[in-house]
Design a protein around this ligand. Structure first.
Ligand code: HEC
Ligand SMILES: [Cu+2]
Length: 306
């Protein structure tokens, strides 16, 4: 997640300003140390013309110029981060911050929206406009190697443009303190070669028709009774209560926004002990359910959450 390893133009600009600040601060520090040593080792100065000039130049003119130069440079770089004069058609996604996970929405042609969680699939080498908002408190969307962070504010939508230079996987993190599990609010961006991201969307949408009709069996019934108020299995439909959509669950690399690696074991561990994995998260415990019921739900999810 290092900003010093930029993988996009925007992150490159952020890294540039970081290095300018770093070397600038180092030079100022060196000057201050030399001055400090000089002051300590020489006879006390007598007030005079030389001293006044020194204070005027070193204490007022020099800092004003330095800060002014940094301001102009910062404004110029900030301007360069805005998607002006880029005639390429951006890919559009929507991200909604929740305590403590990310809802990812892909608007489709024809008005439908596919809903996913904690993992973003986009094309590499193409600008992506991320429309960011929040369902509860203020969060901040940040994938350090992709570019600047942007706040997720309830009732307001901010847009940040990102672009992955190369296909790959990039980690992100909520970067505005949002409560107990703020640090446990991780997200993952997968930049695909060519149209690879469409395969993901197709599976997400395709599995939904099946997921929507809950099917028969003990797992389906137990899911409907205990889980479906908060979790949808249909990527086109949100659940009534805010919980991450479980459509396309098996395609995710981790569960609980980075809490545990996904897989047969991870899923069962999440279901039985998510409050010790991610203390305080907003999913209730299900200790009152029999282990067989949990197992039936897990098996059902593995089959339906494709
Ligand atoms: C009151 C709402 C609520 C209920 C009921 C509920 N959950 Fe959750 N669930 C959540 C929330 C909120 C999260 C996100 C936790 C986090 O990451 O902070 C979550 C996360 C999950 C995840 C991880 C998804 C991911 O991709 O990170 C799974 C799997 C899951 N729940 C399964 C279930 C199952 C199975 C049941 C029924 C036995 C259930 N949940 C009942 C609210 C609920
Ligand atoms: Cu946060």
């Amino acid at each position: 997640m290092s900003i010093l390893e930029p993988a996009s133009r925007g992150a490159g600009a952020v890294a540039d300003i970081w290095w300018v600040m770093f070397w600038g601060a180092l030079v100022v520090l060196a000057i201050m140390i030399v001055l400090g040593l000089y002051a300590a080792s020489s006879r006390p100065w007598h007030a005079g013309k030389g001293l006044t000039a020194f204070i005027l130049v070193g204490g007022i003119a020099w800092p004003t110029l330095t800060v002014l130069a940094l301001l102009v440079y910062g404004l110029w770089l900030g301007e360069a981060l805005l998607p002006r004069g880029d005639s390429r058609e951006p890919y559009r996604i929507e991200v909604v911050g929740h305590q403590w996970w990310w809802e990812i929405r892909y608007p489709q042609e024809g008005g439908a929206t596919l809903i996913d969680a904690n993992e973003i699939h986009v094309p590499a080498g193409r600008p992506v406009d991320v429309h960011v908002t929040s369902a509860d408190v203020i969060h901040s969307f940040w994938i350090p190697r992709m570019g600047p962070k942007i706040d997720a504010v309830p009732g307001y939508t901010n847009v940040v443009r990102i672009e992955a230079d190369e296909p790959g996987t990039y980690r992100g993190q909520c970067s505005e303190f949002c409560g107990l599990q703020h640090a446990g609010m991780v997200l993952r961006l997968v930049a695909h070669e060519g149209d690879g991201h469409l395969d993901h969307l197709e599976r997400l949408g395709g599995g939904s028709a099946e997921g929507a009709d809950a099917g028969a069996g003990a797992g389906a019934a137990a899911f409907a009774e205990n889980c479906s108020a908060c979790h949808s299995l249909d990527a086109t439909q949100p659940a009534a209560d805010p919980g991450p959509s479980l459509a396309g669950l098996s395609q995710r690399a981790f569960l609980g926004a980075g809490a545990i690696a996904n897989g047969p074991e991870g899923l069962r561990t999440w279901l039985s002990s998510h409050q010790s994995l991610k203390p305080g998260n907003l999913m209730p415990t299900f200790h009152h359910l029999e282990p067989e019921t949990i197992e039936a739900i897990a098996a059902f999810l593995e089959e339906r959450g494709r």
